[in-house]
Structures are given as C-alpha cells and as structure tokens.
Design a protein around this ligand. Structure first.
Ligand code: FEO
Length: 171
C-alpha cells in the first residue's frame, strides 16, 4: 500500500508526464506548420512516449492500492522563435522532469518505500537517455548556426529518429 505522501508525489509526476506530452505535441504542431517535418515527426513520437510514461505511472499507483488521478493542465507554449528555440525548450523541460524524478526518488527512499524507488529506476535511466539525445541535437544545431542547409539536414536526421520502429518480421 502506498503512503499518502508518496501517492501525492506520484500523482504530481503523472501530471508532469501528461504536461510533457502536451508540450511536445504543441511543439510538433509548430514544427509541422513551419516547414520542419522531420522535427515534427520526432516530437510527435516523443509526445507519444511521454503519454506512455504517464500511463505506466498510473498503472503503478493503482496496482499499489492508490488512486491515480488527472489534474488540469496549463496551456502549452504554441509559438516558438526557431527550431533551435524548440529544442532548447525541450532540454529545459527535460531537466525539470529529471529534477522531479530525483525528488520523487528521494522521497520514496525517505519514506522507506523501496518498491517505488525500484520502480523509479527506469525513469532515472530514461532521463539520462533523453537529456543526452536532446543535448546531441542541440550540439548539431549550434554547429549549423544559421546555415539553412545544415538545419535542413538536421531535420532529415530527426525524421529518421522519429520514424516508428520497424514491425517485427512475421516468421
Ligand atoms: Fe517522461 Fe521526457 O520525461
């Protein structure tokens, strides 16, 4: 059974993952309508992944005898200055998520809820991967600077990263 403090903190995380999904959906839409189809594809996929992070938390809370609830969300930013601005904001957002996961892990440990601590390990590893991915994209954007050809090439690369995983072959 989850204790109330941990349950409330997990519900806050559920809200944050849902918010992430909406923020990336808004960014994807901006990219799609501003000539960056690859970045849009990448961000639509990323939005789906955040939704999966949210759902995984919901199941966990309910499986542990708690009640996962949804909260109201603020309107996401719908306007961006540039593609680089989008990805700078992705990084900023992910750093915020990482801090939140770390605080949640700290609370679970303090409350001697080692099961939740164990469950959160997956999120801790996921954050390392996501931060590193976005940092890599921003490094390339910084190298490209204002070079339109460079940005076009990065958008193509993002399309590949955002492509759905190939379906396993039928045997
Ligand atoms: Fe679920 Fe990108 O944090």
């Amino acid at each position: 059974m989850l204790n109330k403090k941990v349950e409330e903190a997990l519900n806050e995380q559920i809200k944050l993952e849902e918010e992430s999904s909406r923020v990336y959906m808004a960014m994807a839409s901006w990219c799609e309508s501003n000539g960056f189809p690859g970045a849009a594809q990448f961000l639509y996929k990323h939005s789906d992944e955040e939704r999966m992070h949210q759902t995984k938390l919901i199941h966990y809370v309910n499986d542990r005898g708690g009640h996962a609830v949804l909260n109201s969300l603020a309107e996401p930013g719908n306007v961006y200055k540039s593609l680089k601005d989008v990805f700078e904001q992705v990084l900023h957002h992910e750093l915020h998520v990482t801090a939140s996961i770390n605080a949640l892990y700290h609370l679970a440990t303090q409350e001697k809820d080692y099961t939740t601590g164990q469950f959160l390990q997956w999120y801790i590893m996921e954050q390392i991967e996501e931060e590193s991915l976005v940092n890599g994209i921003l490094d390339k954007m910084n190298l490209a600077g204002d070079n339109k050809g460079g940005i076009f090439f990065i958008d193509k690369e993002l399309a590949a990263l955002g492509a759905p995983a190939a379906a396993p072959k039928a045997t």
